[in-house]
Ligand binder design. Structure first.
Ligand code: G4P
Length: 289
């Protein structure tokens, strides 16, 4: 599926983030646990050169636990500490501090050696739109004050959230855009709902999802929509329309409505915990001929 989509504020936001990165010691990189590869921006490594990094696999409540465990060990092998969380839950973020200490071990030791025992670690949250940056900041801060807006330039002076115990968090998250060269990345982002509805062919996207579920999570469509799975994806979409009463004028199944319903239920986790990517392989087949 080809998605022509180029965010307008990209250059400005990137410049803003480069400026902000100068102020911090630690980059907290939020990924969507369902698509850790597609929600990761490879530029962050060069942009944040020399900074400590911590990966947060967010929305872990929606992802397949087995895939998440595989990703965790993959990131650990890279030497980056990683946490898996549902950022809406305070309990999930209670153990953030030890992870930060691990990520910033060298910096903390250096500070102590130099006699700056109380110098706080300054951190910044970065990630693609909708990955949960504001939610994360609000939960960590324990108050609903972090929503300064995703638009660059909204916050004039830098605002820091003092979290105590030697940790300061920049109030404004950095927005990253993923790579779009690989069509499967666009499809992955569209499937989790990170791309504006207006630029998508939702029927086509739903058919991609059906194909994926048949391959990777067989039985899911049968369980949720009583669909017979040994049929072409188009027929399955029609059966979902019938099962859920999506009927167009004249009594024919309304496939577009069924496509919306299927995508919504997948995104909300109603089809179960599903990951679209495993380390080393995108499970989406777009663009592979
Ligand atoms: P952003 O700043 O990176 O753009 O993302 P934001 O925090 O606005 O979060 C985007 C959506 O993702 C929000 O839902 C938020 O509640 C949801 N979300 C964030 N973290 C998690 C998580 O760990 N698990 C799950 N399941 N959802 C998460 P929304 O429907 O757009 O808004 P709302 O109705 O919750 O306010």
């Amino acid at each position: 599926m080809e998605i022509q989509w180029y965010p307008g504020h990209m250059t400005k936001a990137r410049r803003q983030m480069q400026e902000d990165l100068k102020l911090i010691d630690l980059i907290i990189e939020l990924l969507d646990a369902r698509i850790p590869a597609s929600s990761r921006n490879p530029d962050i490594r060069s942009l944040g050169n020399g900074k400590s990094r911590l990966i947060i696999m967010n929305k872990a409540d929606l992802a397949d636990e087995r895939a998440t465990a595989e990703w965790e060990s993959c990131f650990k092998d890279e030497g980056v500490p990683v946490m898996t969380v549902d950022s809406r839950r305070r309990a999930d973020l209670r153990s953030l501090r030890p992870f930060i200490d691990e990520a910033c071990k060298e910096r903390i030791e250096r500070n102590i050696r130099r006699g700056f025992k109380n110098r706080p670690i300054r951190a910044m949250v970065v990630g693609i739109p909708n990955v949960g940056k504001s939610t994360f900041i609000n939960t960590v801060a324990g108050r609903a004050s972090a929503k300064t807006g995703n638009r660059p330039g909204v916050t004039k002076g830098k605002q820091w959230i003092h979290l105590g115990k030697g940790l300061d968090l920049l109030d404004t998250p950095g927005i990253l855009w993923p790579k779009f060269e690989d069509p499967s990345v666009g499809t992955a982002l569209a499937l989790i709902g990170s791309i504006s509805k207006d630029v998508l062919n939702r029927d086509e996207l739903a058919l991609e999802l059906i194909g994926f579920l048949l391959r990777e999570y067989p039985g899911t469509l049968a369980e949720h929509y009583q669909s017979e799975e040994d049929r072409p994806a188009e027929k399955i979409l029609a059966s979902i329309a019938e099962a859920r009463g999506c009927i167009a004028k004249g009594g024919a199944p309304d496939e577009s409505k069924a496509a919306d319903l299927l995508l919504d239920e997948f995104r909300n986790g109603r089809l179960g915990r599903i990951s679209l990517e495993r380390p080393g392989a995108s499970m989406i087949e777009t663009g592979r001929g």
